[in-house]
Design a protein around this ligand. Structure first.
Ligand code: HEC
Length: 221
């Protein structure tokens, strides 16, 4: 028992001694670097100055016009060109799952004002904290609103409503609008066309972002 104790004590003392050697604010010896080629990058690090570019930045923006995979082409709408808004539309068609996603996004981003019932009575407005009446999508004024005009409202905002361009990408904006149009069609609006199988098949862009239920079966072949 005593022997064990003295070993422990000796160990502690030795440890303290070693720590003491390494104390002091100045470490004169930087130590050895194992595999320096790996420790010190020969390539320019992302945030280091780079003499190869006029702006000295190593991180480069994507080439102008680059479109991320799975994203839509730019829409070329010009803010304020309300005539263009009215005729602007999309050839995207949505599955039921995508309409559900549109509903989910609507409830997250729009429901607070427009209400999850789409009646303009969202909690923010109903509480009196937000003075401007949000659009009541079930009202005659909005029932037949062109989808492009809705798209413009989401992209650029409208009076007291801010832009949601940074929260929703192009496809998501259309999903939300398709959801609104679907609800409107059940409340006196135009027949719902977004989800309907289009007759002009050339116009239909398959919206298969998520694997469809039948992909599994195909994979088995
Ligand atoms: C902070 C509250 C608020 C939020 C959140 C909000 N809106 Fe609005 N929205 C408004 C108000 C207020 C108006 C009425 C603007 C006007 O006509 O002056 C409006 C109007 C609209 C209109 C009609 C545009 C027009 O041309 O008259 C559409 C379409 C619309 N919103 C869609 C959406 C969608 C889709 C979302 C979610 C992505 C959303 N809004 C989120 C407050 C909001």
């Amino acid at each position: 028992m005593n022997k064990t104790k003295s070993i422990v004590v000796a160990g502690l003392v030795a440890g303290l001694g070693l720590t003491a050697c390494n104390s002091g604010s100045i470490r004169r010896n930087p130590g050895k670097t194992y595999a320096p080629d790996m420790v010190y990058s020969r390539a320019y690090d992302a945030y280091t100055a780079n003499p190869n570019f006029a702006d000295s930045q190593t991180s480069r923006p994507p080439v102008a016009g680059t479109i991320a995979m799975g994203h839509e082409l730019p829409d070329h709408l010009v803010e304020g060109d309300t005539n263009a808004y009215k005729t602007y539309t999309t050839s995207l068609r949505f599955t039921d799952a995508q309409l559900d996603e549109g509903k989910r996004l609507f409830n997250i981003y729009c429901g607070i004002c427009h209400g999850t019932n789409l009646d303009g009575q969202g909690p923010l407005y109903a509480s009196g904290k937000f003075a401007a009446m949000p659009a009541n999508f079930k009202d005659g004024k909005y029932l037949h609103m062109p989808v492009g005009q809705m798209y413009a409202a989401v992209k650029y905002g409208k009076n007291m409503m801010g832009s949601y361009a940074s929260q929703l990408d192009t496809k998501q904006r259309w999903m939300v609008i398709a959801y609104i149009k679907k609800v409107q069609s059940a409340n006196g609006g135009d027949a719902f066309a977004f989800g309907a199988a289009a007759t002009d098949s050339a116009k239909v862009v398959a919206m298969a972002t998520e694997p469809k239920a039948d992909t599994k079966a195909e994979g088995k072949k």
